[in-house]
Ligand binder design. Structure first.
Ligand code: COS
Length: 384
């Protein structure tokens, strides 16, 4: 398919593919095994300018948009969906500043994030507030020129390696979703620390931890937007970052497909390559068709967001569901094509299946996202 990418976007894809193949590929298995954080890859991505592809030039970025971020995420995920998250999860943590930050906040925080000097994370989820994001219990109480935050955020991607977190806390618990506010919290603020660091099934090159706030002090000027706007900040952020999860899923699916197609042409059984059997050809055909359908939807949505369309919650949810369900199916079939070898850690394919699973879960489980779509289509059907 030709998606009529600009020359700049085609160059960006080439660069991301080259770095993925030359730099990420040799170390992907090691980081997956060790579960350590790939700081050397962060340095590569920073040098390549990946952290700023979607940030306006005014703040030091390349002036691209969500489509540029999608291209980078897809290409890196094609080799390692975990390592790609250093960029993608930083974007998730940066979107609230980009969308709701004032000029001073952008000036203070964006240049370091663009340069990759600092990573970011997004603190919404809590032990008792996953799909029900409005049920957060972390509080922020204003005391003079500070807010005092108390609570624990968990499953935070880039947790413990990021320096900047955009955190949602309740400034008025009585008001529910309308009582939430967003804050920029820096690693190093008094009362801020990390809790449990998770040991995960997949995306093991990415760190996931708890953020613990015990009388954590944040200056008033670190509140993003007005008090009570935090839930909307979070929802608008997720609408723009879910295409990134979809791109991660797309890259994982494409990477698994590449390996499976190659293996199928080389593996000989009954005196011929298994790719000569229709059973395998049909599997590969279904995988390729589903991958292309995901890509078409993701690029279309990214272009829609970049054109300035504001209301994209339904499309964003659709995109994430289609791409992540595709990734799970494709990676499972890829393991199947590898047969018994596919099940062994010695071969690179099982990692793709492990990495794919999270894309159906985070930034909104595919079940809650179906509810989001359902609400929208029923509202539209009722003429709303
Ligand atoms: N953009 C802008 N505003 C939005 C919005 C969006 N995408 N989605 C909701 N809102 C607004 C609503 O319009 C409503 O505004 P008013 O109070 O002015 O009417 C407000 O936000 C509350 O919305 P709603 O009543 O729909 O809230 P619910 O508590 O029912 O929850 C869902 C809504 C399910 C959409 C939300 O909880 C959600 O997205 N959950 C998934 C969270 C998630 O992705 N978690 C993963 C962790 S992040 S890595």
């Amino acid at each position: 398919m030709d998606y009529f990418l600009t020359e700049q976007q085609q160059e960006l894809r080439k660069l991301a593919r080259r770095i993925a193949l030359e730099k990420v590929k040799p170390v992907a298995a090691k980081y997956d095994r060790d579960g350590t954080f790939p700081w050397d890859m962060v340095a590569e991505f920073s040098q390549a300018g990946f952290f700023g592809v979607y940030i306006p030039e005014e703040w030091g970025g390349a002036g691209g948009g969500v489509l540029d971020l999608v291209i980078v995420t897809e290409e890196l995920s094609r080799i390692c969906g975990g390592i790609a998250l250093a960029v993608a999860a930083t974007a998730l943590g940066t979107f609230p500043i980009l969308l709701s930050g004032n000029a001073d906040q952008k000036r203070r925080y964006l240049p370091d994030l663009v340069a990759g000097n600092k990573l970011a994370g997004f603190g919404l989820t809590e032990p008792n507030a996953g799909s029900d994001a409005g049920a957060i219990q972390t509080t922020a109480v204003r005391k003079g020129d500070k807010y005092i935050l108390n609570g624990t955020k968990h499953f935070i991607t880039n947790g413990s390696v990021a320096k900047i977190y955009t955190v949602i806390a309740s400034t008025d618990p009585e008001k529910g979703t309308r009582g939430a506010s967003a804050f920029i919290i820096e690693d190093g603020f008094p009362g801020f620390s990390y809790g449990k660091i998770e040991d995960k099934l997949g995306i093991r090159a990415s760190k996931t931890s708890e953020l613990v706030m015990q009388d954590c002090e944040a200056p008033v000027e670190n509140r993003l937007g007005r008090e009570g706007e935090g839930f909307i900040v979070a929802m608008r952020t997720l609408d723009r970052s879910r295409p990134g999860v979809a791109a991660q899923a797309l890259g994982i699916a494409q990477g698994a497909f590449d390996l499976a197609a190659d293996y199928a042409t080389k593996r000989v059984q009954f005196g011929k390559s298994i790719s000569s059997f229709q059973a395998i050809q049909f599997m590969l055909a279904d995988m390729a068709a589903q991958i292309e359908a995901s890509r078409a939807l993701i690029y279309a949505l990214a272009k829609m967001i970049d054109s300035g369309k504001e209301k994209v919650a339904k499309e964003s949810a659709m995109c994430k569901i289609i791409a992540s369900d595709t990734a799970m199916r494709v990676t499972t079939d890829a393991v199947q094509i590898f047969g018994g070898y596919g099940y062994m850690h010695d071969y690179p394919i099982e990692k793709f299946m492990r990495d794919a699973k999270i894309t159906q879960i985070y930034e909104g489980t595919n079940q809650i996202l179906r509810s989001v779509i359902g609400r929208h289509i029923l509202k539209e059907a009722a003429g709303g």
